[in-house]
Design a protein around this ligand. Sequence first.
Ligand code: B4P
Length: 193
Amino acid sequence: MFNLILFGPPGSGKGTQSERLIAKYGLRHLSTGDLLRSEIAAQSPLGLAAKSYMDKGQLVPDEVVIEMISSALDNNPQAHGFLFDGFPRTTAQAEALDKLLAQKGTSIAIVLALQVSENELTKRLLNRGLTSGRSDDADEAVIRSRHGEYEKKTAAVADYYKKYGKVIYIKGEGDVDEIFQSLCKEIELRDRA
Ligand code: B4P
């Protein structure tokens, strides 16, 4: 099994690059943002609870997303590997993920961290907000709050994986194809089976 985390602040290109990576490497894509938006669309109790956080640009509580990922792992026993997109977003989530993967006899192989300046991030999200219909992209104050949450709670996740020598930084600004090639190079260097 080859499991990777695509890491980076909101708007850094995680969703964009994940689509290409899963197509190329046949990994199962687990995006907590997408899973939460499906719950909201289905108007499930989980979705209704998550919406109140997401609309304010805050992280959804750890226990909710950890439970969601745990079910997703159980529901995909045949997967050759997982691409985690937008998860883990806190150190508690990272610790929980390590435990869940260890129970399956596997682990995270690599964390690819996209680096993008804050100005560019804001520009991209406001631009996506023009067409995405996502309430968390439409308002600059909410986007600022998402960056604040990232700095306060999520940036530490990279430090957590650095202890194990698993983090590789990738320049996330510029041409989407070139960024994709840089990601592929790092994956292929890691000798995936
Ligand atoms: P996500 O769905 O993960 O939202 P995101 O970070 O904005 O997405 P992403 O970063 O993938 O977007 P992309 O750069 O691809 O989370 C939304 C919310 O859900 C969170 O705020 C939180 O409330 C909640 N949530 C999710 N996971 C959680 C967790 N684990 N714990 C707690 N809460 C959680 O795209 C951005 C834009 O940039 C696009 O328009 C794209 O076209 C553009 N773009 C991409 N690459 C580009 C490039 N190279 N150049 C120019 N534009 C580019």
